[in-house]
Design a protein around this ligand. Structure first.
Ligand SMILES: [Zn+2]
Ligand SMILES: [Zn+2]
Length: 448
């Protein structure tokens, strides 16, 4: 390919805009007669096209276009076309900033950027008719939609609006898989919808209520609120509409849905919702009570599906005399018995439990008190664990940390021998059991 004319690239001109001008200057009617689709995609991403002439005319590196990050994409570079009509009309070029997904108005002309045609409603694509201010689909003259009022927002606010729009489209979002680039179409419309949700308290309340109601009735309240919590954690600006969203789990939940759909969350959230540590989570995975995506070992990037557990629990019904296990928290701590231990015992048929969706997982699990106590005592007796943490020792003995430290000084609560110095947070289980016996029989003396 030979190009007779190579115009000079303007300051801050978008690479794709320059490519369009290059095509026009050389008499092309359509961009794709000059370069193929793959090459255009490279130019949009500021990557080499391996077309020697074009690469020599374009910048070889992509500067970050926005100071604001966005959880939806890794690179703040928008691939979908949007333009300032005044820049084209008066300056004859397309500025690089239009590829910033967090910009809605031209910084020079303060005019709203256009990304779709008000005549045929198609999204614009990168082609030569943009340089004439015409639609790339129907060739009508492009104009801004006067009925849509898009506010002037900071880049952080725009990022939040895009995130909110994602949640409007996908109300059950529990996980974000970011794209490499900003690829969605109809950005301006999404920003308007996202802004509406974030700036209107009533709408936000309705949305969060609907989000909870769409979740299965078998879900504890805090699990039905994952989408709301995730949305709130991703927002960077303080939106007043979020101030009154109750997330304490005390609001009663009404939901019509019976099916438990996949409930995939990131590791940290999974651990929090299950009240488990990694080791316990691994036990639950082994028993297929929860599912781990992929074969890699557990890491903070792991994705965990909690739905199998909820489906299993939903088959246990509560019978009279059962109480929520949270009523017996002290007793369970005293016997080093965790929620995971109870779930595993139920699965293996060693403990009868009931299930009734409540505030959180622990308060949704019911058990006959005497049976629970017998199980916990037995569990503690059989636990083959020689070393336990001081925190656990506090719960098991009922002594304060200070008392335990005194006992340690007196040599009555030994540290595991092979522990290197500095790790004084552990102690031998046998010593803890002896101390507990003394406490229970009122024989613990402090003559030391
Ligand atoms: Zn402009
Ligand atoms: Zn059109």
């Amino acid at each position: 390919m030979k190009l007779a004319i190579t115009p000079i690239r303007k300051m801050n001109e978008a690479a794709i805009g320059y490519l369009l001008r290059l095509a026009v200057a050389n008499g092309y009617q359509y961009l794709y007669r000059l370069v193929d689709k793959r090459q255009v995609n490279k130019v949009l991403r500021c990557q080499p096209t391996h077309h020697h002439l074009i690469d020599s005319l374009l910048p070889s590196q992509a500067p970050d276009l926005s100071p604001t990050s966005n959880p939806l994409f890794k690179t703040t570079r928008q691939l979908q076309a949007k333009i300032c009509l005044s820049c084209i009309k008066h300056e004859g070029y397309i500025a690089e900033e239009v590829q910033n997904p967090h910009i809605t108005h031209c910084s020079q002309h303060q005019q709203v950027l256009i990304d779709y045609c008000t005549q045929c409603h198609h999204s614009l694509v990168w082609d030569i008719s943009l340089l004439q201010g015409r639609c790339t689909h129907c060739h009508a003259e492009l104009t801004a939609n006067r009925n849509l009022n898009i506010e002037v927002l900071t880049q952080t606010q725009v990022a939040d609006c895009l995130v909110a729009a994602h949640f409007i489209k996908n109300p059950q979002t529990t996980l974000i898989n970011p794209n490499q680039f900003a690829v969605d179409s109809h950005y301006q419309m999404q920003i308007i919808q996202g802004f509406e949700l974030l700036s209107n308290t009533q709408m936000m309340q309705d949305w969060s209520q609907q989000s909870v109601q769409r979740s299965a009735s078998a879900m504890p309240t805090n699990m039905s609120q994952i989408s709301i919590r995730l949305l709130m954690s991703l927002l960077q600006h303080q939106w007043p509409s979020l101030e009154n969203i109750g997330l304490d789990g005390s609001t009663s939940k009404y939901s019509a849905s019976v099916d438990v759909k996949p409930l995939k969350v990131q590791l940290t959230l999974a651990l929090e919702l299950l009240g488990a540590n990694r080791e316990q989570l691994n036990q639950l995975i082994e028993l297929q009570l929860v599912e781990k995506q992929g074969n890699a070992r557990l890491s903070r990037h792991s994705i965990i599906d909690l739905a199998p557990l909820l489906r299993e629990l939903n088959t246990y019904s509560c019978i009279p005399n059962m109480q929520a296990i949270t009523h017996h928290q002290q007793m369970l701590l005293h016997n080093d018995t965790t929620l995971t231990d109870i779930l595993i015992a139920a699965k293996n048929g060693r403990l009868g439990i009931g299930y009734c969706a409540n505030k959180n997982l622990a308060s949704s699990i019911y058990c006959e008190p005497q049976q629970l106590q017998a199980f916990a005592l037995n569990h503690f007796k059989n636990k083959h664990q020689h070393i336990i943490s001081m925190d656990k020792a506090v719960h098991i003995t009922g002594c304060s940390l200070k008392t335990l430290q005194l006992l340690r000084k007196a040599g009555r609560l030994r540290q595991p021998k092979w522990f290197r110095s500095g790790l004084d947070n552990y102690c031998l289980r046998d010593d803890v059991v002896s101390i507990r016996k003394l406490v229970e029989t009122g024989q613990l003396d402090f003559d030391f």
